[in-house]
Design a protein around this ligand. Structure first.
Ligand code: COA
Length: 187
C-alpha cells in the first residue's frame, strides 16, 4: 500500500504549484508560503528540501502525486527540545481525514527519528479545521496568543497546540507517562 508521506522530489514541481497556488490555503499559513504561488516559489522550495535527509519536510501523496506538505522546524538555543509543525493540503482533498492521518504519521516519524521532546503548532484562531486536525491527532490546546500575528494586513490571534513525547508514548502504549514515578510517590 502507498504510504501517505514521502520525501519531496524535484519532479513534484507541477503538482506542488497546482495545489499550493490557492488563497484559501495560503491565508492560513505564514507569509513564507506565498500567494500567488509560482513555479519559481515551488522550485526554490524543492531545491531547499528535496535532498535533505533525514527530511524535515515531507510531501502528502495521493496515487503518487504530491497534494500537500507537512514539516517540522526544530527550535534553537533553549527551545531546541521543541519543534513547530506546519501542514497544508490541496483543497480538492479537504474533508477526507487525510491531514489528520498525515499529522499522526508525521508525529510518529518525528518522535521516532529526531531528539525532540515537544511538538507544537500555532494555527490562526479562526482556522477551526486545523485545530480540529490537531485535536484529532492528540495535540492539546495550551492557550491563545491574542493578536500575536498579522496576515494580509489583519491582526490575528493564534491558538497554541502541543504534544510532548511522554504524551505521545502514552498514547502509543496506553501506559501513563509518569505511572512509575507516581506509584512511588506518597499520597
Ligand atoms: C487544515 C487542513 C490541513 C485540513 O485538512 P483535511 O484533510 O481537510 O482535515 P481532516 O479531513 O483530517 O479533518 C478536518 C476536520 O475539520 C472539521 N471541519 C471542517 N470544517 C470545519 C469548520 N468550519 N469548523 C470546525 N471544524 C471543521 C471536519 O469536520 C474534520 O473533523 P471531523 O473529522 O471531526 O469531522 C486543510 O484544510 C488545509 O490545508 N487548510 C489550509 C492550510 C492550513 O490551514 N494549514 C494548517 C495551518 S496550522
Amino acid at each position: 500500500m502507498e504510504s501517505l508521506l514521502r520525501p519531496w522530489s524535484e519532479d513534484d514541481l507541477a503538482s506542488l504549484v497546482r495545489h499550493a497556488n490557492n488563497r484559501r490555503v495560503a491565508r492560513n499559513l505564514r507569509d513564507g508560503f506565498p500567494h500567488p504561488y509560482t513555479p519559481v516559489d515551488g522550485s526554490a522550495f524543492l531545491a531547499a528540501v528535496a535532498g535533505d535527509r533525514p527530511a524535515l519536510h515531507l510531501a502528502i501523496q495521493v496515487h503518487g502525486e504530491a497534494v500537500g506538505g507537512i514539516g517540522v522546524r526544530p527550535g534553537v538555543d533553549v527551545e531546541r527540545v521543541s519543534g513547530e509543525i506546519g501542514f497544508w493540503l490541496g483543497e480538492t482533498f479537504w474533508g477526507q481525514g487525510l491531514c489528520t492521518a498525515a499529522v499522526r504519521t508525521f508525529v510518529d516519524y518525528v518522535f521516532d527519528g529526531f531528539a525532540l521532546h515537544r511538538l507544537f503548532a500555532m494555527p490562526f484562531l479562526r482556522n477551526l479545521r486545523s485545530q480540529r486536525v490537531l485535536e484529532k491527532a492528540g495535540f492539546r490546546r495550551e492557550g491563545i496568543l491574542s493578536e500575536s500575528a498579522i496576515k494580509e494586513g489583519q491582526l490575528e490571534s493564534q491558538a497554541l497546540y502541543a504534544l510532548t513525547r511522554p504524551e505521545w508514548t502514552e498514547r502509543a502504549t496506553g501506559v501513563e507517562a509518569n505511572a512509575e514515578d507516581r506509584s512511588t510517590t506518597p499520597p
